[in-house]
Design a protein around this ligand. Structure first.
Ligand code: PHE
Length: 462
């Protein structure tokens, strides 16, 4: 019965796709800097504790709900509880909003990959800041590169779960890993790299004393975005997983792999930025990727553009494997809806329509160029931040919060546990899961929501 919708062909394939979703821009430009600025190794410990009590729990919750119903974000809640239906709708909307800026950033990476290819063949495109300013103020080019990124994403999703997403991720993720190791070796062997290592790893409890709640909410916010939680992505991916596989095992492996890649990404970028980026180099966000690191590759001499090319290709792969999971949330929604009406949806048509919808929204973000082109700014945010505020800032934490309440109090742990135990698996973490989903996760997610609102400057209480 479940085979009608298609399934991952193997647990390995599923894992590569799920880890691919988790590993994205968040790992590369969010985690390393946040870890360094918020206590180094001490921050990492807090992050790991949050993963155990919140990340693992929400991950298991989403995977199991999806597999239980065999439906995507909206379909799952429609099947289980009319009252909670709108969590699914928020997830669907979040997928559109995240894609509206993710695709623009992915497009920028494509441009930078070409810049480095050009430099490799003797060109010189100018400093990171020159290239970036020229790019974000050029609306046509920004939209064009966004389009190229969307096209790649769209083609993969059109291929379907096993034929597109799994096939691509099963190759792309190991390749990404190898490329990351190569870049790390170069980064760590630069003179002065050790300062970057110190920034990232030396435990520093000062931020804890100054603003412990701030550290906690930073770690929490980073965690759930990085794990692709709170918007139905893992529900959707879980819905294509065979009933034979152990959900608990997968819910442990995905966060571990994501965290390892986040730390590795830090080893790749932060030491290099310290060694060659200058003392006031930006270590986070778009500036890290598109100004600091481009300057780093420039400063490496003749071999620099080669590493630049490798690095931006790596980031493109990380971004594409995340983007396909976001588009899949939308595609699965329409496929489920067609099925509910007794029709068989056409995946290719659906994916193209979803991509066109995203492209329209993304064109606004691309044309805005992080506010550099003087377009009207909603609520004083640049369009990228505005889209990010509604998705990552508001709807995703609320989504995860409500999901935990739904499982803990509406569905019930026993009913939930049936799905985990299918196929002879034991629900080993049952009492731990129950405690966390009923009490710890709701409190943590409420708190993370406040932390997110604070980081966007909406409130000021933490
Ligand atoms: N986890 C991805 C990252 O770290 C972003 C993402 C969020 C992807 C939500 C899918 C769903 O960049």
């Amino acid at each position: 019965m479940e085979n009608k919708r298609g399934l991952w062909t193997s647990n390995y394939g599923f894992l590569m796709a799920a880890v691919g979703s988790a590993v994205g821009l968040g790992n590369i430009w969010g985690f390393p800097y946040k870890m360094g600025a918020n206590g180094g190794f001490a921050f990492l410990l807090v992050y790991l504790v949050l993963i155990i009590f919140v990340g693992f729990i929400v991950m298991l919750g989403e995977l199991a709900l999806g597999r239980k119903t065999g439906k995507g974000a909206v379909g799952t809640y429609v099947a289980l509880s009319k009252k909670f239906k709108w969590i699914g709708w928020m997830g669907l909307l979040s997928a559109f909003l995240i894609m509206s800026f993710y695709s623009v950033l992915g497009g920028y990476c494509i441009k930078y990959m070409f810049v480095n290819i050009g430099n490799l063949f003797g060109g010189h495109a100018g400093t990171g800041a020159d290239i970036f300013t020229a790019l974000i103020t050029n609306q046509g080019a920004s939209i064009l590169f966004t389009f190229v990124f969307m096209l790649i994403t769209c083609v993969i999703v059109m291929g379907g779960i096993s034929g597109g997403i799994e096939k691509f991720s099963a190759v792309a993720m190991p390749v990404l890993f190898v490329m990351l190791i190569v870049v790390i070796i170069r980064s760590l062997t630069l003179d002065g790299a050790v300062e970057g290592l110190k920034f990232m790893f030396v435990p520093n409890f000062a931020p804890f004393k100054e603003n412990f709640l701030g550290v906690l909410s930073t770690a929490g916010g980073q965690m759930f975005f990085s794990l692709s939680l709170g918007m139905g992505c893992m529900i959707t991916y879980g819905s294509y997983l065979s009933k034979k596989e152990s959900l608990e095992k997968n819910a442990i492996i995905i966060p571990i792999a994501d965290t390892i890649v986040a730390i590795l990404a830090g080893l790749a970028v932060i030491p290099a930025a310290y060694a060659l980026g200058g003392t006031d180099a930006a270590l986070a966000g778009p500036k890290l990727l598109f100004i600091t690191l481009q300057n780093v590759f420039d400063a490496m001499g003749a071999i620099g553009p080669f590493f630049g090319f490798l690095f931006y290709l790596l980031v493109i792969i990380a971004a594409v494997t995340s983007a396909i999971s976001l588009v899949e949330v939308i595609a699965t929604f329409f496929l489920d809806r067609a099925e509910a009406k007794g029709r068989k949806g056409n995946r290719k048509t659906i994916t193209i329509i979803a991509s066109v919808g995203i492209m329209i929204l993304a064109s606004i973000v691309a044309a805005d160029g992080l506010g550099a082109t003087g377009m009207w700014q909603p609520l004083g945010f640049c369009w990228l931040e505005f889209m990010d505020l509604w998705s990552e800032g508001i709807m995703m934490p609320i989504g995860a919060l409500l999901m935990s309440l739904f499982i803990g109090y509406e569905l019930g742990i026993d009913k939930f546990g049936e799905e985990i135990e299918i196929g002879g698996n034991k629900f080993k973490s049952k009492s731990f899961f129950s405690l966390c989903i009923k009490i710890i996760v709701p409190i943590a997610m409420l708190f993370i929501l406040l932390g997110q609102l604070q980081s966007f400057g909406i409130i000021n209480i933490l």
